[in-house]
Design a binder for this molecule. Structure first.
Ligand code: CP
Ligand code: NVA
Length: 316
């Protein structure tokens, strides 16, 4: 049994195969129903969501499965039932558990006690489902992710930055992240990304500032300056002022560069209207791609035999 708790829970071949499978599912959206029966998937939210909630619910249904979407505040999780007991009970009902929560210790404990695959739908540390969609978007634009330079600017200590480092390095991309002092990534994750990059031919660096990250990049990405669960909004807005993705910063990227943002955007804060609504933006394709990427992920996780999941050799 496999879980998907962080980006490098996949091998490089598995990541490539999932992106290829997602492209095929996007081209022929109702072609396969591997969750027919139906298999049930619990989708639990301990934080807010628009895209993740909708894309998992719709995607599971499109695969022939039964999505069971739960707001934690309406369950006994909010009254102190342990995550382990919750995992043990849900494992008796469903075939997989997707969860959005706070600390990674919490999803790790859930996965340990679970009898079914667990998927990270965002934690404080990582947002790996988002990165599958982002890599799909990059692959659609450029043919492949390997060799492309991905710049991420802003709060480089957050889940998106960490997932860009791991997923990008695994994919063989050149990942540069930049944030001001106090907003730089966990050094252990940069170190892990460097190990992945050494095997894939990519690279992973913390750039000195936003222009250094964006110079010549193929992909320029950012995210909110105030993630869910963070309360120091005014301080963050002031600290991150020099990391806004505006037209001047984007002009440093390659002429063919695309702009990504996982959404929701805080227009005028981390990104300007001109950039997010401009010709380089792919943010709504990226949001759509959550659906296709997660369908590919669930189809595989719930039947990890690559031969039967990818019958026509998606890894190549
Ligand atoms: N990008 C993303 O995860 O969006 P939601 O918070 O709306 O799910
Ligand atoms: N970093 C953001 C991502 C939202 C999809 C957060 O955790 O709130």
């Amino acid at each position: 049994m496999r879980h998907f708790l962080k980006d490098d829970d996949l091998t490089r071949d598995e990541q490539l195969a999932l992106i290829a499978s997602a492209r095929r599912l996007k081209a022929d959206r109702f072609a396969r129903q591997p969750l027919a029966g139906p298999k049930s998937v619990a989708v639990i939210f301990e934080k807010e969501s628009t895209r993740t909630r909708m894309s998992f619910q719709v995607g599971i249904a499109e695969l022939g499965g039964n999505p069971v979407v739960v707001d934690a505040k309406n369950s006994h999780l909010s009254r102190g039932e342990t995550i382990e007991d919750t995992a043990r009970v849900l494992s008796r009902y469903v075939d997989a558990i997707v969860i959005r929560t706070f600390g990674d210790d919490r999803i790790n404990a859930l996965a340990k006690a679970s009898g079914v695959p667990v998927v990270n739908a965002l934690t404080d540390g990582y947002h790996p489902c988002q990165l599958l969609a982002d890599l799909l978007t990059i692959a659609e634009e450029f043919g492949e992710v390997a060799g492309r330079t991905i710049a991420y600017v802003g709060d480089a200590a957050n889940n998106m930055s960490h997932s860009y480092l791991l997923a990008g390095a695994l994919a063989g991309a050149h990942v540069r992240v930049a944030g001001p002092s106090g907003y730089r990534p966990d050094p252990a994750i940069v170190e892990r990304a460097n190990v992945l990059a050494a095997a894939s031919g990519g690279s992973a660096v913390v750039a000195a500032d936003a222009p250094a990250a964006v110079d010549g990049a193929d992909v320029v990405a950012t995210d909110t300056w105030v993630s869910m669960g963070q309360n120091d909004r005014e301080q963050r807005l002031s600290d991150l002022e020099d990391y806004r993705l505006d037209a001047a910063l984007l002009s440093r990227a390659a002429r063919h560069a695309i702009v990504l943002h996982c959404l929701p955007a805080h227009r005028g804060e981390e990104i300007t209207d001109e950039v997010i609504d401009g010709p380089r933006s792919r943010v709504f394709d990226q949001a759509e791609n959550r659906l296709h990427a997660q369908k590919a992920l669930l189809a595989w996780l719930m039947n990890p035999d690559m031969e039967s999941t990818f019958p026509d050799g998606a890894a190549t």
